[in-house]
Design a protein around this ligand. Sequence first.
Ligand code: SF4
Ligand code: SF4
Length: 62
Amino acid sequence: MRGSIGNITEKCVGCNRCVRVCPIDEANITREKDGAITVEVDGSKCIICGSCLTACRRGGAR
Ligand code: SF4
Ligand code: SF4
């Protein structure tokens, strides 16, 4: 991981807002875990633009 973005916290509700605004294919990846949708950031692809942080209304993306 090359930046500080990449932690999706327990506050994430899987709304996908962060995924929709991400300009990089596959930097934000949606996964199903224990029946809930969560998002993971791939630090090798993320350009640290901050769009996901702005888009998240839950404090899920850090
Ligand atoms: S915008 Fe926030 S709450 Fe929604 S999926 Fe992304 S990290 Fe989770
Ligand atoms: S910081 Fe930008 S590039 Fe990285 S995951 Fe968030 S929206 Fe995508």
